[in-house]
Design a protein around this ligand. Structure first.
Ligand SMILES: [Zn+2]
Length: 143
């Protein structure tokens, strides 16, 4: 049996996020008390502990805060065809940092502060994964 890529398991906290991804919308929780956004989703606001959380759709625009380049397909060979790939922390304009992949450019071209925008890849009938790519890639401009 071939190993499959591990996929997100939806629970009552994460379901609205993944359902948003399925519709190609990047959704975040926003606090009705202090106005700050948060990710990953939680039962209360991590800033002020209010439970007045709502879901908003992010612009999906941000900058690369940090990143690593994965060159060895561990812990399994599921990712053999994908290496090298980039795992990054993107700082969204909404003020949250989101773990993700960077696509659409070579790992060597990536730098801190690079402007990126979200895109989605449909994995199956229920799961679409979010990833980011350089803004210049999306709009055909040179950086
Ligand atoms: Zn709050």
């Amino acid at each position: 049996m071939t190993m499959q890529r591990p996929l997100p398991v939806l629970d009552h906290l994460s379901r609205p996020f993944w359902e948003g991804c399925r519709e190609h919308r990047l959704r975040l929780q926003k606090c009705g008390s202090c106005g700050k956004a948060q990710f990953p989703p939680g039962p209360i606001c991590k800033h002020c502990r209010s439970s007045a959380l709502d879901w908003i759709t992010s612009s999906g625009h941000g900058t690369i805060y940090s990143w690593i380049v994965v060159r060895h397909p561990v812990p399994s060979d599921v990712y053999v065809k994908e290496v090298p790939y980039v795992v990054a922390l993107v700082e969204l304009d909404d003020g949250v940092r989101m773990p993700t992949n960077i696509v659409g450019c070579s790992p060597e071209a990536i730098g801190a502060g690079m402007e990126v925008e979200v895109s989605f890849v449909d994995i199956n009938d229920t799961i679409s994964l979010h990833r980011f790519q350089p803004v210049a890639q999306l709009h055909g401009k040179s950086a």
